[in-house]
Design a protein. Structure first.
Length: 495
């Protein structure tokens, strides 16, 4: 790729990038929507300059977040009455707003969006239709489904990329299995399966509802293993919000199902338990049934690696006694790698005290400092956690790199304090990446105001450093349409 093409590609990436540092839109904040703001508060924030229609990181914007937070219908209606709003804008997972509110089971807002000519024939990035989102709601409400059917839904043929139909999708969230009669009345059967032969019983297991499982068996639903040999134990922990209790495990075993069954990816019930977290009775079930508590799956992931991702210190300590603390998977990551990326400083400290190696590098040659920064998520306590883990790694003897790579990675995290912390530790603010750009160059291309630029200059960024194309930060800012419209004073860059 030529230098010019490389530059154009980078510029395009930043045009499409998420909201930049220090230009926060309150309507992109989940915390804001969690307060369920009134119409008056939304109006106030709009008057302050926040754009309710601006798309946010990951395809989440104000209208979508308001629906997902279950805001009052009055507030949601006000938002969708705003001039210029497109009810068919592509959001997270390539859904439109109607798909999301259908998944929430909000009939009034569904009707509102249908009135506003929302498309009903979209298929999202997971191969799911509008009708499939009704099933994801888990609500036993015929009106939700009837609205979808009246607007093009095909209950017999609508399936996701796994071949799962509406009934198989719904069973995990249904609290009343009698609603299955509704699906049967529409042409589905209790014997329906997905492409891999998984049926209603398999899909009900992740929900952890023992009553539902027993009722399905009473209705004659098969609990036999699928063609790949996976039984119900293989489905524990799949999907989001999975629940686990020893009563369900004992019931599945009473049906003659083998808890030691292994999935094609090499995972067993042990991996699900380690990942989900479990109480003493569940752990005792594993032990009493002779489960291998250190078994690695085909990717090399051990139970300890999974527990270290989000388990408590007490829980991780249980698995430490059964696993090699320095085992690595196929991408050369260990339990400590996972803890540094996702867990608390307390768990990181525990693993180091138990002999976990801190000089480990993954298959791409990245050290644990990079793991920490690349996985960073801005939020309450995030900076404190990052600082504590950096101190632990340094105390263990891991040298802090000063190549600028961490700063370039941190620039994407929208956290001034994180940048300041890395600079404080000695990161080279004027270091260039492999494409010949400094963090100040990138800031010039993507900044929406001067906050980021002034911050970097105050911290020592040199505005005279040029790219491989002999361009300064001022040259790059000249191509930044957002800053160009503001007619900002750039004298502080003319040193």
């Amino acid at each position: 790729m030529s230098k010019m093409k490389n530059k154009l590609t980078l510029t395009l990436l930043f045009v499409l990038a998420e909201a930049s540092l220090f230009a926060q839109n309150i309507f992109h904040s989940r915390e804001f929507w969690a307060t369920k703001p009134s119409v008056e508060i939304v109006k106030q924030k709009m008057a302050e300059g926040h754009n309710i229609l601006e798309m946010g990181p990951g395809g989440w914007d104000g209208p979508l977040l308001s629906m997902m937070a279950d805001c009052d219908d009055e507030t949601i209606r006000f938002i969708f009455d705003q001039p210029g709003i497109d009810v068919n804008v592509v959001t997270h997972h390539s859904n439109n707003y109607l798909m999301w509110t259908t998944q929430k089971g909000n009939v009034p807002v569904m009707k509102l969006l249908l009135e506003k000519k929302s498309k009903t024939d979209l298929i999202n990035s997971h191969g799911q239709s509008l009708l499939m989102h009704a099933a994801l709601s888990g609500k036993a409400d015929p009106e939700i489904y009837e609205l979808c059917l009246k607007n093009g839904g095909d209950i017999k043929n609508d399936k996701d990329e796994e071949g799962r139909n509406v009934m198989l999708t719904a069973i995990g969230g249904l609290k009343d299995v009698s609603f299955l009669n509704y699906f049967v009345s529409k042409g589905l059967t209790l014997k329906d399966t997905d492409k891999k032969g998984n049926g209603l019983f398999h899909y009900a297991v992740p929900g952890g509802n023992l009553k539902t499982l027993k009722e399905l068996v009473a209705m004659g639903v098969s609990y036999a293993p699928n063609p790949a040999g996976e039984n119900a134990f293989s489905f524990i922990g799949r999907g989001r919000g999975g629940r686990l209790n020893v009563e369900m495990l004992l019931y599945l075993k009473s049906l003659g199902l083998d808890p030691k069954v292994q999935s094609p990816n090499g995972q067993t019930l042990v991996h699900a338990v380690a990942r989900m977290g479990a109480d003493e009775p569940v752990l005792q079930f594993l032990t009493e049934n002779g489960m291998n508590l250190s078994h690695a799956d085909k990717e090399g992931n051990t139970p300890l690696m999974l527990a270290a991702t989000n388990g408590t210190p007490t829980y991780v300590r249980f698995w430490l006694d059964k696993n090699n603390v320095n085992a690595v998977n196929k991408i050369n990551k260990s339990a400590l790698s996972n803890a540094v990326a996702m867990n608390s400083a307390e768990v990181v400290k525990l693993l180091i005290e138990k002999g976990a190696k801190t000089d480990l590098r993954d298959k791409d040659g990245n050290d644990l400092y990079f793991t920490l920064v690349s996985s960073y998520r801005k939020g309450r306590g995030s900076l404190q956690r990052a600082g504590d883990i950096m101190n632990l790694l340094a105390s263990s003897g891991l040298t802090f790199p000063k190549t600028g790579k961490l700063l370039h990675t941190a620039l994407e995290k929208d956290d001034k304090e994180l940048l300041a912390k890395l600079i404080e530790w000695g990161e080279d603010i004027n270091a260039k990446d492999k494409d010949g750009y400094t963090v100040l160059h990138y800031a010039g291309m993507k900044a929406k105001n001067l906050d980021l630029l002034t911050f970097l200059v105050e911290k020592g960024a040199n505005p005279n450093v040029k790219t491989e194309l002999d361009e300064s930060v001022l040259d790059l800012i000249a191509e930044n349409e957002v800053l160009g419209k503001q007619k900002v004073n750039l004298d502080f860059l003319k040193k």
